[in-house]
Design a protein around this ligand. Structure first.
Ligand code: YH5
Length: 280
């Protein structure tokens, strides 16, 4: 039986790993230099990512980088709403909103977003209310603490067991609030309160998370763990590391990979899927 992830009006078929394209509409994005802060450039990039094979577009208006300028939810809405509206209206793919704020998630869903991607894992009760009041897909991510402090000596006894238990606990709370299991996707949150070793172990043991039965999303594109392994301080020069992780994740249980370099990732996964053939 084909597993699906229910995202608003979309029934996303899970089988071959899907590509979620990152669309940062912040002027201060560290990973792509803020080149899509202009709404026309952002919509054009969204259109291009769909043409290149992205199956979901993830729109974000707040930088979670430690030390990034704080944005009010009202301003975040001003940034993301027109982009989500245009993409949801004009393209046949689900649009996701990357936000920690209930007001932003609500406005995004009203504008046509089909997925709420919350890096704080729906810890905010208002965010749960927004989720209950709509039928969007939900990405529940693990983050240790808050963006400001998450990289200050993160510690775990067993990072995979702890992240997994946390995510299952969050999913259970959402289901207890009345949210259908089929709407939930889990994400270990690579780089969010983890050392290099923690990130590598989460990747190495990804099949354990996938065994939970929930769809798994993985976002490691251009992140610092790649910079650490490759000795590459420039995030735009981390393509090979990003592709290696995407291929690893796709062959070890990730259902969705969240990436900046859509064209290269789609081509990498097309090759991988050809090798894998028709899987049971
Ligand atoms: C994620 O993993 N990540 S925003 C720093 C970088 C490069 C990229 C230093 N939103 C995730 O992409 N949502 C973000 O270079 C996310 N999973 C989900 N679900 C951080 C980011 C980045 C940070």
């Amino acid at each position: 039986m084909q597993q699906v992830w229910r995202c608003g009006r979309f029934e996303v078929a899970l089988g071959e790993t899907l590509v979620m394209g990152v669309l940062n509409v912040t002027p201060d994005s560290f990973s792509d230099g803020g080149q899509y802060a202009d709404p026309i450039a952002a919509v054009n990039r969204g259109r291009q990512m769909v043409a290149l094979g992205a199956q979901i577009i993830d729109v974000g208006g707040e930088s979670t980088r430690p030390g990034a300028a704080a944005v009010s939810p009202a301003h975040e809405i001003v940034r993301v709403r027109p982009i989500i509206q245009a993409l949801a209206r004009d393209f046949g793919v689900p649009v996701s909103v990357d936000t920690r704020h209930a007001d932003v998630a609500r406005a995004a869903v009203e504008a046509g977003a089909s997925v709420i991607n919350d890096v704080s894992g729906f810890r905010d009760s208002e965010m749960i209310e927004v989720a209950c009041a709509c039928d969007a897909g939900l990405v529940v991510m693990h983050m240790l603490g808050e963006p400001k402090t998450m990289q200050a000596e993160p510690r775990y006894d067993d990072v995979v067991a702890e992240v997994g238990a946390y995510l299952l606990g969050r999913a259970q709370e959402l289901e207890a609030a009345g949210i259908a299991r089929e709407r939930i996707c889990i994400d270990p949150g690579i780089g969010f309160g983890k050392t290099l070793e923690h990130n590598l172990e989460l990747l190495r043991r990804l099949p354990e998370l996938a065994a939970s039965g929930y769809p798994v999303l993985l976002g490691a594109s251009r992140k610092s763990l790649i910079g650490a392994v490759l000795g590459e301080p420039d995030p735009t020069r981390r393509l090979e590391g990003s592709l290696a992780i995407a291929a690893w994740a796709a062959s070890h249980g990730a259902d969705v990979v969240r990436v900046h370099d859509v064209e290269e990732t789609v081509r990498t996964l097309r090759m991988l899927h050809a090798i894998q053939g028709e899987r049971a």
